[in-house]
Design a protein around this ligand. Structure first.
Ligand SMILES: Cc1cc2nc3c(=O)[nH]c(=O)nc-3n(C[C@H](O)[C@H](O)[C@H](O)COP(=O)(O)O)c2cc1C
Length: 252
């Protein structure tokens, strides 16, 4: 049902509101991912050096044993090395916000990194996308049709050290930008907890969380957070509050 609404929203978004992005179907999403919120807690407990016994007193979250927020935050802050926020985000001209200096997803990514004390990685392509919105839509549409894997600029140092990866992106044509697939292809995500987040202008998450779950079968992919791009760009306190609430719900 959630996916149906996302698909309808994508279709409406593209049909009614976007000139250049208006002529394509949104990508279909694969089967529902295994969501295991306990996995994030296991990783955080590991950072905290907790034993199974010492976890017994922790509060319950979705039926799983979890550490308290203070403990998890302390664990996350302890060395700033175990959590990565990786995100794709494009500045320049965009729908509903005009020409912006910092991408909508980047704004959200910075709030998350700040809250959990994570390292950050901006997923950028060697060939940059056009600054003009319509031109960018054309390039993105072709990349989606071609299932392109655009070459990325830069790599994450020592990806092995990260237990938890927040993965952020805008919705492009009802899917993730193809560069996010290149990013997922570039590293071994086995046993990592992947926590998606995205911005959009009507499509919500558009089935991308389950798409990530299918694409990274050896990772634990959690449910993510979707925020409207305009809200992220123009309403910072609302956005910060949404991020905080979401992280609280995850046990950070
Ligand atoms: C090429 C392109 C395609 C887009 N397709 C969609 C879409 O299918 N659904 C939607 O809700 N928003 C779509 N948008 C809007 C973006 O998802 C939204 O503006 C997002 O916040 C941009 O994030 P960023 O500034 O971090 O790149 C599209 C934007 C672009 C540039």
């Amino acid at each position: 049902m959630k996916h149906k609404i996302a698909v309808i929203a994508s279709a409406l978004f593209m049909a009614l509101t976007m000139t250049a992005c208006g002529a394509s179907e949104p990508a279909s999403a694969p089967s529902v991912a295994e969501i295991d919120k306990a996995a994030v807690q296991e990783k955080l407990n590991k950072q905290d050096g907790k034993t199974d016994e010492s976890k017994a007193d922790d509060k319950q979250f979705d039926g799983s044993t979890v550490a308290t927020q203070a403990e998890t935050k302390a664990a996350a802050d302890s060395d700033g090395k175990n959590i990565l926020v990786a995100y794709f985000s494009r500045a320049d001209e965009n729908y509903n916000v005009g020409t912006i200096e910092k991408g909508n997803t980047q704004i959200v990514a910075e709030y998350i990194a700040n809250e959990v004390g994570a390292d950050s990685f901006h997923i950028e392509t060697v060939t940059t996308y056009p600054a003009d919105y319509d031109d960018c839509c054309d390039v993105a549409k072709k990349e989606l049709a071609d299932k392109a894997r655009p070459e990325l600029n830069g790599t994450v140092d020592n990806m092995e050290q990260y237990d938890i990866v927040f993965l952020g992106y805008p919705i492009w044509w009802g899917d993730m930008p193809m560069a996010v697939y290149t990013f997922m292809d570039s590293y071994d995500f086995s046993d990592k907890v992947v926590i998606p987040f995205n911005t959009h202008e009507g499509s919500g998450e558009s089935g991308t969380y389950s798409a990530i779950g299918s694409y990274l079968p050896n990772a634990q992919v959690l449910d993510g957070m979707a925020i409207q791009g305009k809200t992220a760009q123009e309403f910072s306190s609302d956005t910060q509050q949404s991020v905080r609430d979401w992280l609280d719900g995850l046990g950070f």
